[in-house]
Design a protein. Sequence first.
Length: 257
Amino acid sequence: MTENKIINVEGQNLYTEYNNTFENKSTIVFLHDSLGSVQLWRDFPAKLSEITQCNTLAYDRLGYGKSDPMPTHERQVNYMELEADILNSLLAEMNIDDAILFGHSDGGTIALITAAKYPKRVKTVICEAGHIFVEDVTLKGVYDAWEAYKTTNLPERLQKYHGDKVEMLFRAWTETWTREDYRTWNIEYLLKHITCPLLFIQGEADEYGTLDQVEKTVTQVRGSAEKYIIPNVGHTPHKEVPELVLEKAAVFIRESS
């Protein structure tokens, strides 16, 4: 049974959904993207839980979904490193020390950073379309999203999941990534500290990153690492081809546990 609750972590009220059905089994922690939320994972966590017989935890980061709003849209360059610290505190609060991190986009990056900084708490990482540095294609994707925000019903669609926090979180994402001082952001220096098994999933047609992100990650971590590149798929494989991602993730979790 899934327990929905607000948990205070480092002064932040975060919305969580925790399914702790399976005794003595690991917990898959789902980390959403830069516009995502617990709700936007839809039934993917439940399906992966059923296949793997693992528990699941999904949460809204500060400023997203049902969590507290951000105090400001201005972020520090190392905001994802700070999110990894918050995730570690959340896992400690919930007594989870065998986490399987499944992160998408920003969430994938946060998963990598958490595994590097807090290796004793992380058992396995599945990074889907994460970033370890800024590319021109990433910035083009952000600018395209900003144009869609101004010219389509995207704000209204996002409001369904984030309420009155939409403008703040959208500005936080787009303005941070397009800032001059963010152009040199890079977490490659952390990769050598990742010793747990890693699966990097990416769509070959990802509009936010090239396969360089994958290659430079899997070749620099110290643990076992594999990549799963899916042809004709964009930035959200778990939504575009869910059955393929579920099957691959389940096999990886089973073999790396």
